[in-house]
Design a protein around this ligand. Structure first.
Ligand code: CP
Ligand code: NVA
Length: 299
């Protein structure tokens, strides 16, 4: 594994290895046994906003002994039209790795190919692999395992989070129900490419949540979709609220990658009732990403 570009490119063995490594790094935080990024400088190029991803990578790289610089695409020549391939070839001669948040998945793929340095997808329109690693870690901590659990993703079934979750389900084999309005479900060609019969699509939120162990949601409008009122209006029946959660299994957990829009995809009451889990999930970004950095950094 040289990069983390998507969950699609991983497999069960790598997912398990990364989660186990994250748990170990979490346990030894503050008393690390090594500094694998000592002497390295990493760059972050972000063309979308971020709180958790930016802070967790800045802290994680430093805790592993490296230095890190944040490059807003507005401030570098990329924002004025310099091609990814030139940016990648220049940075590849100076920094030891790059973490990119942007729109097109192809830009992250291109960067990894031209830069010839470890490259991490910090969210594209297609996938959010770092978040899914943190979510899996949280499930392992809270429920012991994802095996045999019924996991629901409710909301926009065709966004970066749902797609990454679908790939994770394919490799790890747990039951995943994606509950979304029909027009916001992943298209047939994507589902055919994944080819996972343990993943079900439905537009029935109550049926999806009945007997669920994990209820996972995300914003209805992802970054770049602001103002799409017609799309947002489709999600009324897909709010994670107390009445929906009454159908879930006893001991269920609620996940939200944050940021959350209260009284839209999740109510204030549910968010606060499950805030311990949701904030643990946010913190787990740090530990999961440190595991990725340790795995892909060149020595
Ligand atoms: N969940 C997540 O990626 O948060 P940020 O957008 O704040 O980085
Ligand atoms: N689907 C959301 C995730 C935010 C972390 C977005 O892309 O905006």
């Amino acid at each position: 594994m040289n990069h983390l570009l998507s969950i699609e490119e991983l497999n069960a063995e790598l997912l398990n290895e990364l989660i186990d490594s994250a748990l170990k790094l979490k346990g030894e935080r503050g008393a690390p046994t090594s500094k694998p990024l000592a002497g390295q400088t990493w760059a972050m190029i972000f063309t979308k906003s971020s709180t958790r991803t930016r802070v967790s990578f800045e802290v994680g790289v430093r805790e592993l002994g490296g230095s890190i610089m944040f490059l807003s695409s507005n401030d570098i020549q990329l924002g004025r039209g310099e091609p990814i391939k030139d940016t990648a070839r220049v940075l590849g001669r100076m920094v030891h790795g790059c973490i990119i948040r942007t729109f097109a998945q192809q830009d992250v793929v291109d960067f990894s190919e031209y830069g010839n340095i470890p490259t991490i997808n910090a969210l594209t329109d297609e996938e959010h692999p770092c978040q899914i690693l943190a979510d899996l870690l949280t499930i392992k901590e809270k429920l012991g395992t994802w095996e045999g659990k019924k996991i629901v993703f409710i909301g926009d079934g065709d966004n970066n989070m749902s797609r990454s979750w679908i790939w994770a389900a394919k490799y790890l084999g747990f039951e995943l129900i994606v509950a979304a309005p029909k027009s916001c479900q992943p298209p047939a060609d994507f589902m055919a490419k994944v080819g996972a019969d343990n993943v079900t699509l439905t537009d029935d939120a109550v049926a999806a949540c009945t007997g669920a162990d994990v209820i996972n949601t995300d914003v209805w409008l992802s970054m770049g979709q602001e103002g799409q009122d017609e799309k947002e209006a489709l999600f009324g029946a897909y709010q994670v609220n107390d009445s929906l959660l009454r159908h879930a299994n006893k001991g269920h957990i609620v996940l939200h990658c944050l940021p959350a829009y209260r009284e839209k995809e999740i109510t204030e009451s549910v968010l606060e009732a499950h805030s311990v889990t949701i904030l643990q999930q946010a913190e787990n970004r740090l530990h999961a990403q440190k595991a990725v950095l340790v795995k892909i950094a060149k020595s």
